[in-house]
Design a protein around this ligand. Structure first.
Ligand code: GYE
Length: 324
């Protein structure tokens, strides 16, 4: 067929071998009733992480998982050690949210060498070094560039002032959501010359760090009237810092964020936050389904994209009961 002829040599080889992620060098997965499954969590200091862990736990029984769970406590080095320990305990399959893009790559490679198929969930690794379909099966997660861009577009459409002075609170340095949420936002906001980003600094995706960083930046930039936080926990921390400094978030400062936690939806209902772009933590069912498809010999897409909604004053009250 003409389309085949237009493909590159590798694509032809993959097409002939019958599928993307069944390429020869990925470890296969047996079809059986029960699996030893590793889930190496990054940290548990935020409701998003807790909801994600719970989603894996809730899925375990119905998917036939004996679940091995670790918590790296916010340390990439500990997360590497956790994966190594799971490999030693001979797990059948690994689900991994790599805390940062580069430090976890050796662990991904060791899992592959040990014959353990790995699925990255919610965060990815540096694609120049490790690749889906070759080093790990697939990335299950959101389009973070698009999330950042949607947050910027909401701001462009809803900001009423003449000049937007923005402080950006970045997520964990070196993590794929922090890199991409920054890129998506910065590129989109650059198209509207009302806006200037006066400071952009990491709050490590944590509420208290978000509050502290906001406190410091507020002293240097008292003219700020927009806060863009890479997640809701830092946005809530920023709201606390703004209120402590006598500001009125929602009136003199527009707060935009990402995730869709219960506290963020409440802040939207209370008029303190403008928008949060959804980033779902409920990966258990998708992880189960994808693993079973892989075991059945199906071709797995290199990126299984999670579709995200957007929460504003128009629908926050409708969704708060299902939030975490
Ligand atoms: O936004 C944040 C969490 O990697 C998508 O990490 C995830 C992000 C999420 O700590 O709250």
């Amino acid at each position: 067929m003409t389309t085949r002829i237009l493909m590159g040599a590798t694509a032809i080889a993959l097409a002939l071998s019958g599928g993307l992620a069944q390429a020869q060098d990925l470890p296969p997965l047996e079809q059986k009733d029960s699996y030893r499954v590793g889930f190496a969590q990054t940290e548990s200091n935020n409701p998003w992480r807790i909801a994600q862990t719970k989603s894996f736990q809730d899925t375990a029984a119905q998917c036939g998982w004996e679940l091995l769970l670790t918590d790296a406590g916010g340390s990439a080095a500990k997360q590497v050690a956790d994966v190594d320990s799971m490999i030693a305990q001979q797990i059948d399959v690994l689900f991994l949210p790599p805390r940062e893009e580069s430090p976890l790559i050796p662990a991904v490679m060791r899992a592959k060498a040990a014959g353990i198929p790995t699925f990255l969930v919610d965060r990815s690794v540096d694609p120049n070094v490790a690749q889906a379909g070759r080093d790990y099966v697939s990335f299950l997660g959101s389009d973070f560039i698009d999330q950042g861009s949607r947050a910027a577009n909401w701001l462009i459409e809803n900001f009423e002032g003449d000049q937007g002075v923005i402080i950006q609170l970045e997520g964990t340095t070196g993590s794929s959501p922090a890199n991409d949420r920054k890129k998506g936002f910065d590129d989109t906001i650059a198209g509207d010359d009302r806006f200037t980003i006066v400071a952009s600094r990491s709050g490590d995706f944590a509420r208290d760090q978000g509050r502290q960083v906001m406190e410091t930046l507020l002293q240097a930039h008292p003219e700020v009237n927009v806060v863009y936080a890479h997640n809701d926990e830092m946005a809530i921390g920023a709201i606390q810092a703004l209120e402590a400094a006598g500001r009125t978030p929602g009136e003199d400062v527009t707060v935009v964020s990402i995730d869709g936690t219960r506290d963020a939806l409440q802040a939207i209902i209370d008029g303190k936050m403008g928008v949060t772009v959804e980033s779902s933590p409920f990966f258990g069912p998708l992880a189960c389904e994808t693993m079973k498809r892989y075991a059945a010999g199906e071709a797995i897409e290199p990126w299984i994209k999670v579709e995200d909604r957007i929460f504003t004053s128009e629908n926050a009250a409708e969704h708060i009961d299902e939030a975490y």
